[in-house]
Design a binder for this molecule. Structure first.
Ligand code: PGA
Length: 252
């Protein structure tokens, strides 16, 4: 099955509204190949402005997190309905910074995934092992745990609308990338787990992104791997020249 590549830029806690708008416009104007999806995840404050700036370009907008409730007493959270109202159609969930800096558990991540689906946002469920877990040979065990718990109770139809991002924690913002073989090995493992949880054709259709120091130099090799269907980019997504080169990856 042909999976459409997805290049996603996670801007994290960067950019004022004006900076976000200019960055989005530069990315849009640098040209977007039609055979791949591009998602930008600006800070919440800039979502609406970016949505207006890129309207009609085909660029998708993602949130960096999302609550499972539509509204109510959830101080500091953001509602899926509010995000949709601002032009957003996707949501990054369970990013390692949410898990490790803000203590988000698999159970919480699972609630967010279910909530996103309920309100029609595409969840980008992030999983990834820490360095000490990799060194202790626990990578697959950790990933299986995060994946199964993150997807608990998510139906086949839900899974059809989901994206997974594998981001080894030791490779995020560190300049260290997993080798293409390490990344492909994990992606294949994740796909086999998905095939165990869901029907094989669903597993075959789910896009699995790689994240962790993706840059213009390593993107072509990563995207050349059978089970790597896109990239979740942090640092290099804040520079329009670098991000455009990543969007325009070439597989030889
Ligand atoms: P990085 O971040 O590209 O700066 O390593 C990736 C991410 O955290 O999604």
């Amino acid at each position: 099955m042909q999976r459409k590549p997805l290049i996603a830029g996670n801007w994290k806690m960067h950019t004022t509204i004006d900076e976000a708008e200019s960055l989005a416009i530069s990315i849009m104007e640098s040209g977007l190949p039609g055979d791949r999806d591009v998602m930008l995840a600006p800070p919440f404050t800039a979502m609406k402005a970016v949505s207006q700036a890129v309207a009609g370009s085909g660029i998708l907008l993602g949130a960096q997190n999302v609550c499972w409730e539509e509204k109510g007493a959830f101080t500091g959270e953001i509602s899926p309905i509010m995000l949709k109202d601002a032009g957003c159609t996707m949501a990054i969930i369970g990013h390692s910074e949410r898990r490790h800096i803000f203590g988000e558990s698999d159970a919480l991540v699972n609630k967010r995934v279910a909530g996103a689906l309920k309100f029609g946002l595409v969840p980008v469920l992030c999983i990834g092992e820490k360095l000490e877990e990799r060194e202790a040979d626990k990578t697959f065990q950790v990933l299986e745990d995060q994946l199964r718990k993150g997807l608990e109770g998510i139906s086949q139809e839900g899974a059809d609308n989901i994206v997974i991002a594998y981001e080894p924690v030791w490779a995020i913002g560190t300049g260290k990338t997993a080798t293409v073989d390490q990344a492909q090995e994990v992606h294949l493992f994740v796909r086999s787990l998905l095939a165990d949880i869901y029907e094989k054709n669903i597993a075959t259709g789910i896009r699995i992104l790689y994240g962790g120091s993706v840059n213009p130099k390593n993107v072509d090799d990563l995207m050349g791997q059978e089970d790597i269907d896109g990239a979740l980019v942090g640092g290099a997504a804040l520079d329009s020249t670098s991000f455009s080169r990543i969007i325009n990856f070439k597989v030889t």
